[in-house]
Write a protein that binds this ligand. Structure first.
Ligand SMILES: [Mg+2]
Length: 278
């Protein structure tokens, strides 16, 4: 008998890591204030009626050229290595939950769904923890220099990756698997076995999808951030999430308790279903 799989899907910026991944070392390296960089991105996107994600990717390439900074795949990875994390994230969170699931007879898998850059997430200290990383990506030439956008993940297309996890269609090149009809109960990761953790704005469609389909959604904010706490409280009042919590991934934190309780419940439902089948 195969063990049931539980999936925890995370937003990245503001959820696992403070701020945006470009702010940790890329924006300082091009000698710009982060507010100025994002104002230019948002201004260009508004002026052109363009997608913010495609514009930030283009602005990264242009800024690096303008400042004569190297910006190849390995440089993007170098910036990924410098990303800092909220308490507990790089300190055993992912393994602890896999172990917790093991004790209950379920596989716990971790996934990233981010508008940031896949290379940066993968090269970060926690990149090896994920069963898949869904994020924006450059197309590179033979010298590993970005020449085009290969994929741009924005808030509305983020939800497609939940369905890929749900149907086990993790290969983006496979267009048939994600659209194939599979009864909910036969899907590799039913929505009732999904937990989504995000920090807000770009996560609302994912939070709602997971919650409405029977999974658990959680909104996090930095500890001590009153504005962030007000934002997540709003998401809970609007019933988009079950829980709000400080972005504290340490053993014994409130977030740890919510996620463990969700895993306990999901594992118990799976045991009951197995008994029912006989
Ligand atoms: Mg975020």
């Amino acid at each position: 008998m195969t063990r049931p799989t539980l999936a925890i899907a995370y937003d990245f910026d503001g959820t696992l890591s403070p701020g945006s991944m470009q702010e940790h070392s890329f924006i300082p390296e091009i000698g710009e204030e982060k507010a100025a960089f994002w104002a230019r991105v948002n201004g260009e996107a508004a002026r052109l009626g363009a997608d913010n994600i495609l514009i930030y990717m283009h602005e990264m390439v242009k800024a690096a050229q303008r400042e004569e900074k190297r910006f190849r795949r390995e440089d993007i990875e170098r910036h990924g290595q410098r990303i800092g994390f909220f308490p507990g994230v790089a300190d055993g969170w992912f393994k602890r939950l896999r172990d917790h699931g093991d004790g209950l007879g379920v596989n716990v898998q971790h996934f990233i769904i981010s508008s940031g850059l896949k290379e940066m997430v993968r090269a970060s200290r926690i990149g090896h923890e994920f069963d898949a990383i869904f994020a924006s990506e450059f197309k590179y030439n033979a010298d590993d220099v970005p020449v085009w956008a290969a994929s741009a993940v924005n808030y509305t297309n983020k939800t497609q990756f939940l369905f890929r996890i749900n149907k086990g269609a993790l290969d983006l090149a496979d267009h048939s698997a994600v659209n194939r009809y599979i009864p909910e109960d036969e899907r590799p990761v039913p929505f009732r076995n999904m937990i989504y953790i995000g920090d807000g704005d770009t996560d609302v469609p994912c939070m709602r999808t997971v919650k409405e389909q029977g999974g658990v959604s959680i909104a996090v904010h930095p500890a001590g951030d009153a504005d962030g706490a007000a934002k997540t409280a709003g998401l809970k009042a609007e019933r988009r999430v079950h829980f709000t919590a400080d972005a504290d991934y340490s053993d014994g934190s409130a977030l740890d308790a919510y996620v463990r309780a969700a895993i306990d419940k999901m594992a118990a439902v799976e045991r009951l279903k197995a008994l029912e089948k006989g």
